[in-house]
Design a binder for this molecule. Structure first.
Ligand code: NAD
Length: 307
């Protein structure tokens, strides 16, 4: 019988597992669960006879793929898939997918939770500022970026965006001003929200030069990936620009240092929590199960990321 394994170090909510089970068993497949595993050997063992695997932030690397002799497809329930070795998956003839869009609203709402916190001086009781009328720059107009734009308009913000692959007219159709480059976005906007993936081009790309070009009272909010920040540049920016705030859902390696030195200008969520909502959890898990069924039954590769 076709076996679908849910391998989640950080488990799905029970209601999401219930939904996944309904989809998988409804297709006549067997569902296996490996949750909160403490050792990689448990994962290596569990994947042995799995035909499909649903993961979250779990690492799928060459050793896992070597052990998974029957594996046809891995679906990352979520957007970012840098935890999967795509080249190794391709070499093993395994299709890798993500579930884009399912957690975008959750992440976008957190951006504003953190932004209000930042402009109100981390709720320390002193007078802050408002978001209305401020220039917000959205770096990458993908699934999360678009949701950020939608919410920003509700706040009455002046919204700008740059995306290396999304044409300006698509951005402008949403009533958002398209700028020509990342550099223009940072120069123009007092607040910049990062929504780029971690790629060879973007890693370390948010550097001192970009951040220091921002207007006075600058804020960078990062709900994307910690790798996109040049941490030495961030440290320099925090030191040289007392008006600058950095708020992040993904702590940099220098988190403890920044927390100690700048408790009123630096904030990192205790754990990455952008996608941690009941809704996102359920949506992404069920979408992953449906994509697996559609792939195994109909060969649908719409969300394949290792083309
Ligand atoms: P997405 O794939 O929908 O959008 C990414 C966008 O980035 C695309 O529009 C693409 O054209 C653009 N892009 C790629 N390279 C670029 C570059 N060099 N310069 C400018 N634009 C570029 O992804 P998404 O779902 O919107 O996710 C965005 C980011 O948020 C990713 O880094 C993802 O890993 C992260 N994320 C974090 C959480 C969390 O829990 N904090 C949850 C979901 C996603």
């Amino acid at each position: 019988m076709t076996k679908v394994l849910v391998a989640t170090d950080k488990p799905f909510a029970a209601i999401a597992v219930k939904g996944i089970r309904e989809v998988v068993e409804g297709a006549g497949y067997e569902l296996a669960l490996l949750e909160k595993y403490t050792d990689k050997s448990q994962l290596l063992d569990a994947v042995k006879d799995a035909n499909a695997v649903i993961i979250r932030s779990d690492i799928i690397d060459a050793p896992v793929l070597d052990a998974a002799k029957e594996l046809k497809i891995v679906v990352r329930a979520g957007a970012g898939y840098d935890n999967v070795d795509l080249a190794a998956a391709t070499a093993h003839n395994v299709c890798v997918m993500n579930t884009p869009g399912q957690n975008s609203n959750a992440v976008a709402e957190l951006v504003f939770g953190m932004l209000v916190y930042a402009v109100r001086n981390f709720y320390n009781g002193t007078s802050g500022t408002e978001l209305m009328g401020k220039k917000l720059g959205i770096l990458a107009y993908g699934n999360v970026g678009r949701n950020v734009a939608r919410i920003a308009k509700g706040f009455g913000m002046d919204v700008y965006a740059y995306d290396a692959f999304c044409p300006a007219d698509v951005i402008e159709k949403d009533g958002v001003k398209a700028v020509a480059s990342t550099a223009d976005l940072f120069k123009t906007c007092q607040i910049v929200s990062l929504h780029i993936p971690a790629t060879a081009e973007t890693k370390g790309s948010i550097n001192f030069e970009l951040m220091s070009s921002m207007p006075k009272g600058a804020i960078v909010v990062n709900t994307a990936r910690k790798e996109v920040i040049d941490e030495a540049g961030l440290a320099k920016m925090m030191e040289e620009r007392p008006d600058f705030k950095y708020i992040t859902d993904i702590k940099p390696a220098i988190d403890a240092d920044l927390t100690a030195k700048y408790p009123d200008r630096y904030f990192g969520t205790p754990k990455k929590m952008g996608a941690q909502t009941a809704e996102a959890n359920i949506n992404a898990g069920i979408a992953a199960a449906k994509q697996i069924v559609d792939f195994l039954q109909n060969g649908n590769e719409k969300f394949r990321v290792n083309k």
